[in-house]
Write a protein that binds this ligand. Sequence first.
Ligand code: NAI
Length: 329
Amino acid sequence: MRILFYDAANYDKESFQGVAGEYQDIEITYEEVDVNTKTAFLAEGYDAICAFVNSDLSAPVLEKLTKYGIKLILLRCAGFNNVDLNKSNELGMTVLRVPGYSPEAVAEHAMTLAMAVNRHIHKSYIRVRENNFSLTGLTGINFFGKTAGIVGTGKIGAAMCRICHGFGMKVIAYDMYPNKNLDFVEYKTLDEVLKESDLISLHCPLTDDNRHMINKETIAMMKDDVVLVNTSRGGLVKTEDLIQGIRSKKFFGVGLDVYEEEGRNVFENREDELLESSITARLLSFPNVIVTSHQGFLTREALEAISHTTLQNALDFEKGTINEMNLVK
Ligand code: NAI
């Protein structure tokens, strides 16, 4: 099977080449360009394409890919909101994804963000590099003995619960479907979790019902000096209201791996450009906010798991033994 990888970054090549020896029947070609109506022609002669989280898999692109003989789309990610599923179904294309790869990778990044803003690591790193050894303004808070509130206790949220438990925190959580394996977690209503937590970490998917769940009203419920972390989806937080909350000194720190306007920025080097949005620029301007660019998943273990599942998906398709859990319909 010949697969064309679109939007292939160096870390993709390294991780896929690392496991490729175990999938002898698969031949991979890496392209730096992403898939769109202008680059779809590159897929001619291949059996499948592999695409990522922001790849354009809209109806016109799918139509072109079909024209060039592509019947299989391998998503090397969990999300599939970038695929026009009506069109892929209509065209008889199969779309396979990697639903879960390493929940710990994302949860560990969430705690990294929480600890970094808490202990001002972003400031002290720069200071010491400049021979400034002053401690002024670097006082943090102990997480030990404090309350962690986890919103969404699926795979990643559960891993975050375990990490917080390990820190000696009281762990409370909100999820419509409590996770029975987390016997140390006390489930509460969302309002209670928001009101009682010193650290709030969001781990639920973005749906039509919970868009902007963190807004002016819910921020007002939170304790003063709360640490808020979002590694889930930017749309869960109403950025304007978050900025207002930061300005009114509600938050001890805010750590964001995702934010509402990340679309144009994610995985791009835009260092020579002026940011078009003043909202994002304002967010970046606060000393107690750390923003990373959707890198929660980026560990060797997660990339290796993504590589294995993606290539196994390809083989399963060829053998007619698709893993239904990975099928996007
Ligand atoms: P999962 O499907 O295992 O768990 C999601 C949990 O959220 C479920 O228990 C569900 O009942 C709960 N939930 C759904 N709606 C909710 C609501 N309104 N309030 C509270 N709980 C709710 O998903 P998983 O694997 O834990 O991923 C969680 C999210 O993490 C994903 O949806 C994605 O947005 C994000 N993610 C971020 C990554 C990153 O690199 N930053 C990488 C992978 C996922």
